[in-house]
Design a protein around this ligand. Structure first.
Ligand SMILES: C[S@@+](CC[C@H](N)C(=O)[O-])C[C@H]1O[C@@H](n2cnc3c(N)ncnc32)[C@H](O)[C@@H]1O
Length: 251
């Protein structure tokens, strides 16, 4: 329940839409939880590593794990920077009695943050791509596999308000070796959720890459600017491709 708003951060109050069962955010949550449940159900026996970047209060992961029969096999890292959300996420995890979920208060845009939690069987980028520049989305897409196991599942979301970038993001993931398992969206102007399987071999982990620098409001952060030309078109595999650390992080 939303209380004492003046004392709560912007990113804490952002989560209040989860209290409304009719909100787009709640509808998105249902879709994300459905795809996350599938990914955990279908994982081979044994430990399953889940990483959620910009995890917020962890509604998606906690909602799934609290009742999932394999919850004791799942090791989860939630990376979140906001004080209020970190506190709420930790309290929710304790209340749900879920083992193996860590909340790390850190910068999710820095690959070094994930050093001891990789490789992820499930990697989640929910609520990020509408808050960062197009260049950052592409850099994140190009480098996500560095955090993944072969065949990992990647979940991503973005709003579909004008300009709707979701087709572009889908093709960027395809270019670097992901197969789309599902694309869930109620339609234009609403949310989109992509569910992917990493079909190409993962790129080697690097601890020194910046994936994104987050903005604040969904729909801001450069999404209305035309896409600039990239120094290197990302293709996978890219034998002999020039390295492009500045722009794409390929290398
Ligand atoms: C749009 S919310 C999404 C939260 C959650 N993934 C969800 O879908 O419910 C974005 C979250 O990212 C957090 N955040 C923003 N920049 C971050 C960063 N660089 N590192 C970690 N968390 C960040 C914010 O505090 C906020 O909780």
């Amino acid at each position: 329940m939303a209380t004492n708003d003046s004392a709560r951060s912007y990113w804490a109050t952002w989560h209040d839409a989860y209290d409304d069962p009719e909100s787009d955010l709640t509808q998105r949550l249902i879709a994300v939880q459905h795809r996350l449940t599938d990914a955990i159900d279908q994982a081979p026996p044994g430990a399953i590593r889940v990483i959620s970047a910009c995890a917020g209060q962890g509604h998606d992961v906690i909602g799934v794990l609290k009742s999932h029969p394999r919850k004791s096999e799942v090791h989860t890292l939630l990376v979140e920077s906001d004080d209020d959300n970190v506190r709420v996420a930790r309290a929710r995890i304790a209340a749900a009695g879920i083992p193996g979920v860590d909340v790390r208060q850190a910068d999710a845009g820095n690959t070094g943050t994930y050093r001891d939690a990789i490789p992820a069987d499930v990697l989640m980028f929910c609520g990020i791509f509408g808050n960062v520049s197009d260049e950052d989305v592409r850099r994140t897409v190009n480098n996500a596999s560095r955090l993944c196991t072969p065949q990992a599942t990647v979940l991503w979301t973005r709003h579909r308000r004008d300009p709707d970038r979701t087709d572009q993001i889908r093709s960027w993931f395809a270019e670097v070796g992901y197969e789309e398992l599902a694309f869930d969206s109620p339609g234009p102007d609403r949310f989109a959720l992509g569910t992917l399987r990493l079909a190409a071999p993962p790129l080697a982990y690097r601890s020194d890459l910046r994936l994104f620098t987050s903005g604040r409001n969904e729909g801001d952060a450069g999404s209305s600017r035309p896409l600039p030309p990239l120094a290197v078109q990302a293709t996978y595999p890219s034998p002999g491709a020039a390295h492009c650390y500045e722009c794409c992080g390929l290398g």
